[in-house]
Design a protein around this ligand. Structure first.
Ligand code: GLC
Length: 569
């Protein structure tokens, strides 16, 4: 363990730690300070970058002098170094490395997981370019979103090549002309997945991408482009190699993705309007509208792009647009998606049909639309970002991915991040149960299930996306736990998963209120279940990996005054 973020004085005790509990205590003391380390006494003032520059400075058009004409990206990422969050390259937790550097015995499940992850590699013309979704008998399909935890595992293990290959190959696919029936999709759309086609006659290999035209339900992979930008930043951060992001084609790829989601239209909200099935929840599940899963990823991608864009003429234009959008998006999300006991009570007492700027109930939500379950679910301490907000519609369901990404991207304020973790702790049985982690809570059933899912037999209550438990989410939970200084929560969840994952052969998801059963139609040997577990373990073992997946708070973003007037964040 490089334990970069652990004080030198603590390192000795860390080495001596003979139990995980000791380690946990040390982590408890230190994790919350990961992003608060003082900068090294370098020329940091002169190298201030977007990381330090507040969004307000950027929008005011203040230009910060660069020490040399070279790469702004390099400066952005050099600046990250002072956070002491860059992970040291080199293999650490790989399956050839059974003893971790903390001196703590690596769990046997890790060795199995590494073996499974390596078996899932997909090669194109001799180079690894991704990982297969599941090592059952299905096609060799590489899903963009599924590859994210695999990519992180390889980055954290000091093997960045495959990630670079993946980024470049998917970039080539982005430039394809994409059509669904006779309709041409936007230039920047990134594929949902691709596969390698082997032609034995010509002894040749080609890539075949899917942009939704062959997906069940023809769903649009809105999340793919955001994950792509996130991975580009993760790669750059983890390796220190800025040359990939600086490539003109990568800059262009980013700008194309951004053009799609920053375009102006009829919208009255800064959030992104999406059809159902636009993310990990890729079937009809009532996610349409402005789903938290996408909004949080959108926010994350915008912040990553801000670090990666070059300050040339084209780049600058996007920096300005992103900055404006981030301001509006964070205000909207933090104000209107946030719910806790106090806010729930406010909604419960809402007046309706309010006109004009003075309206408190801006979206005209009818209190009767509050679902029964939320009154019991809401703890005294804690809160979360709800699933969706649009006119007269609030989807109060809990979405795990969106809330974790909100913490990692600092869309959530520090107080909100703490409240989300409080909620997870107080609603452990509901959200973690016997197998981490509920993708959505609660499940919908009966008539509501018929209407919302269109009678989808795969999405019966507490199964699949309708309240199923997905081990892949472990990496997101763990990163959020580390960022909020509560690694013991992640450890508890990981220990639960470790009792089952190998025995059950790495299922895609579990079913039931407590996640007790292997999912009805769950695929086995699902790669992102394997990789999600590995990333979670590696981050707990070496919390400095957090820097690869998380962004620190923009300190100068002003706290918001809630519309209830009574409290602030
Ligand atoms: C399922 C999941 C989707 C995932 C795909 C490949 O359809 O819902 O999120 O990308 O499988 O594993």
């Amino acid at each position: 363990m490089s334990s970069i973020n652990v004080d030198v004085s603590l390192k000795g005790s860390l080495k001596d730690a003979d139990t995980l509990r000791d380690l946990a205590e040390i982590e408890e003391m230190d994790f919350s300070r990961i992003f608060d380390r003082p900068p090294r006494p370098l020329n940091m003032d002169r190298q201030r970058s977007c990381d330090e520059r507040s969004l307000s400075e950027l929008s005011a058009g203040v230009t910060i002098p660069s020490p040399r004409p070279s790469s702004r990206i390099e400066n952005n990422f050099r600046l990250f170094d002072h956070l002491n969050c860059s992970s040291s390259p080199g293999r650490r937790s790989g399956f050839n490395t059974p003893i971790s550097q903390t001196g703590v015995e690596t769990h046997p499940t890790m060795a199995e997981a590494w073996e499974a992850l390596r078996r899932s590699l997909v090669y194109f013309r001799g180079q690894p370019v991704g990982t297969i979704a599941a090592l059952d008998n299905s096609e060799e399909q590489v899903f963009v979103r599924d590859f994210v935890p695999s990519a992180l595992a390889f980055l954290m293990n000091g093997e960045p090549e495959i990630v670079k290959n993946f980024i470049l190959k998917t970039l080539r696919l982005q430039s394809w002309e994409k059509k669904i029936d006779r309709f041409q999709l936007g230039e920047g759309v990134m594929p949902a997945s691709f596969k390698v086609l082997h032609d034995p006659v010509r002894n040749n290999e080609t890539l075949m991408a899917d942009f939704g035209e062959s997906a069940i339900g023809r769903v649009a992979p809105v999340d793919s482009g955001f994950w792509w930008i996130f991975l580009l930043r993760a790669y750059t951060k983890s390796t220190g190699d800025t040359s990939l992001a600086e490539k003109p084609e990568c800059q262009k790829g980013m700008r194309l993705i951004l053009s799609l989601c920053l375009s102006e239209g009829f919208d009255t909200f800064p959030t992104l309007l999406c059809a159902d099935g636009c993310c990990m929840v890729d079937r009809r599940m009532g996610v349409y509208g402005y789903p938290i899963e996408i909004q949080a990823l959108f926010f994350m991608a915008l912040r990553c792009a801000l670090l990666l864009l070059k300050q040339d003429e084209e780049g600058n234009e996007f920096v300005q647009r992103i900055t404006k959008r981030l301001h509006a998006l964070s205000f909207h999300m933090r104000s209107y998606y946030w719910i806790d006991l106090k806010h729930l009570n406010d909604i419960y007492r809402y007046k309706t049909e309010e006109y004009s700027h003075t309206a408190v109930n801006k979206f005209n939500v009818i209190p009767d639309s509050l679902p029964e379950w939320i009154f019991d679910f809401m703890p005294v301490r804690g809160g979360y970002f709800i699933g969706n907000v649009s006119p007269a519609r609030m989807d109060f369901r809990w979405f795990c991915l969106g809330n974790c990404i909100a913490i990692l991207s600092s869309l959530a304020t520090p107080e909100q991040s703490t409240a989300i973790m409080d909620l997870i702790e107080s609603r452990w049985e509901e959200l973690v149960g016997e197998m981490p982690l509920k993708v959505i809570y609660p499940a919908i059933e009966s008539h509501e299930w018929q209407i919302v899912t269109g009678c989808d037999p795969k999405n019966t209550r507490w199964s699949y996306h309708n309240g199923g438990s997905w081990p892949v989410l472990l990496w997101l939970l763990t990163a959020a736990c580390i960022k909020t200084g509560r690694p013991q929560i992640a450890r508890r969840a990981i220990e639960l998963a470790e009792t089952r994952l190998i025995k059950d052969n790495w299922p895609e998801y579990y079913d039931g209120k407590l996640g007790r059963f292997v999912g009805k139609q769950a695929r086995k040997c699902q790669t992102w279940s394997v990789a999600g577990y590995l990333v979670a373990k590696m981050m707990l073992e070496d919390p400095s990996h957090l820097g690869t997946v998380a962004l620190e708070e923009d300190k100068q973003t002003k706290p918001l005054i809630r519309r209830s007037n009574s409290w602030t964040f």
